[in-house]
Design a protein around this ligand. Sequence first.
Ligand code: SAM
Length: 234
Amino acid sequence: MKGEVLDIKKILNNLSENIFIKESKKGLMLIDRISKMTFSLELDDYDNIIRQNKKHVLSKILKKDQLMILDCTGGFARDSAIISSLGNNVTMIEENLIVMRILKDAMSRIQNRKVDCIFKRITTKLGSCLEYIKTTNKIYDYIYFDFMFNNCSTALPSKREQFLRKIVKNDINTNKAIVEEVLQRVGCKVIIKEHIKSNNYQHLDIINTYKEKVVKYHLLQGKNGYYKLYQSKK
Ligand SMILES: C[S@@+](CC[C@H](N)C(=O)[O-])C[C@H]1O[C@@H](n2cnc3c(N)ncnc32)[C@H](O)[C@@H]1O
């Protein structure tokens, strides 16, 4: 796992020509040169989502609290915040330097006490989730995946999603290979979120699918029966 010191030069080299980061009084801002669209991540805004956490489908899937959850595709931590707000401990992995830099900056600017408590239960790690799973000796109850969707829905995505699309690489075959390898390596439950119209994980042994209007969540069981035993001996 890479160190958490995020070099701004490295980050700028990673950005496409049309996107740049501006440091403002309100924190870091992403700007699209062409459309002139701007975006600042404000985690206090998650208060609205968190307030409705009990109605969220993740509350039905997880059932209990005090769980150890590994969010393999952290992004701007909206899902991690929901999972943490349900009383769980979250380790959130994000491999994209820019996304992590924007998130860390936003975390340092949280004002809302409830949101602050929720983010105190989220540990962030920069790097590839597969590398993390291969090397960690931590045991998780659930592993969560939410890769970028390939289908564009008819509704206009939020600015947060639009910028994520502009800065994050996405390859469905790579994503599928990661999920398949993780299922072989772990013995805990695995949750995969995908667009309601996609069927990228049909070939896997899905225990249950929880459907919402735009997205669905598949619940699967990791195949490694020795997971807990092996990990605790390490
Ligand atoms: C759709 S976004 C996740 C959004 C997130 N669930 C949220 O609520 O904000 C997917 C994120 O996963 C990250 N990602 C993709 N593959 C990854 C991997 N193998 N390891 C770590 N992060 C990964 C991408 O960089 C991107 O930021």
